[in-house]
Ligand binder design. Sequence first.
Ligand code: ARG
Length: 506
Amino acid sequence: MGDDATDGAADPNDADDETVIRRDRFSGGPAREFLSSLAGDSRIFDADLAVDRAHVVMLAEQGIIGDDVAGEILTVLDDVETAGHSDLPDGEDVHEAIESAVIDRVGPDGGKMHTARSRNDEVAACIRYRLREDLLDAIEATLALRESLLETAAEHTETVMPGYTHLQPAQPITVGHYLSSYAAAVGRDTARLLDAYDRTNESPLGGAAFAGTPFDIDRERTAELLGFDRVVENSMDAASARDFLAESTAALAIHATTLSGLAEDIVVFANKGYIELSDDYSSTSSIMPQKKNPDTLELTRAVAGDATGELTGLLTTLKGLPRAYNRDLQRAHPHTFRTVDAVVEASSIAAGAVATADWNAELLADEAGAGFATATGIADLLAMAGLPFRTAHEVVALAAEKAENAADSGDSDDGVTAAVLDAAAEEVLGESLFEYVDESAVESALDPAASVASRDSVGGPAPGAVEASIKTAGESVATDSDALDARRETLSAAAERLQREVDQYV
Ligand code: ARG
């Protein structure tokens, strides 16, 4: 409190006097805008009101402030909420502005709201309180994407397509197998977000500036009233820790990276005509009327850049910060909020694009056998018949070379046939291929669908194996969905409990 406030001439109940002193003592000058986070703090306006309410209820329960004062403060907090963030008085941040608004309405007793706390534990509590909602939305978005991938995969367990390495046709797989691979990856993204949520949902409140408080506060109680799972015990850690931001942003950036791979594939598949995006997820060109462009997926792909940039910005801001609170931290959480907004949107777009796209089964089947993509299957067949795999590999490689030479010289366009393989075997082994395998088995292994069906070990592309994977993945979505619901219920039960407690005072 400034000297003027203790001046006997000032009426201690004159709220205006009080706020003038508060706001003007420092930073009325050129740095005011630079210092202020008030505009961006709109994101934590509701969180701050909840934190204020829980704190005031606890202070009253502990006998630190009177019930009547608590009632007055809690009553005007409702008015402040109704008036909204945009109606707050000027201030360095939302915490200061709400406190000023309370003091403006209650008088100096409104200043009791800030007993036994600091803006440092307050802002940390607000960020965690708000971020957990955002993380739950992100988790929900990953669940929707997994459902979309798995539903589409289930429709395509028999739709053969080329699989690639180095963007070269490699081995035939199915669309169901391909989409399930992304459902699995997004499943791990969900798990990382759930972990991040659980470490975010801890209460720093009561840590005060960093060094605790002499008041007989009940930290467990404010944690409970706000739906936090536990307190961040060490008061210095409570006020300083932002690793929950780093962890959340990293989990989001990893999910964005997963999305970018999926988006890139879809862009490539659309280019090849394998997939047709629904009009809802396509754009056209302003000049070329025939164009149907996969812009939504290109933007999804780009969000990985945003998220990685935000993560880098955040970690760089946090790196080397001394204990305990430093104002740098004011610029930390916006990185995470920007990331979560962009990534949730991209994830939902990817889910919609996958759910509504059409796969061109005929073209995919044709392409699945292109480039002698069944070569590995032939080598496997020979190895299963007892040839060392390396020798089998040599036979098939020579057959591929022979087929290519025949095509180049205009002799034959048939590609690798059983006859070509046999000729290669004669050269490499000095005996016929059919000493080892039946011709019909070779014909079958050259067929992409049969090749896919043969790879039926756990996680393989054979329709049965993919169906089994889809079932397990679906159970995992249900488990994660229950985990999400449980967390949402904990939060809404806490919000109701807090409201009931507040109602006893107002
Ligand atoms: N707006 C600040 C932040 O976001 C609140 C904490 C201010 N505390 C301080 N000691 N200056 O970090």
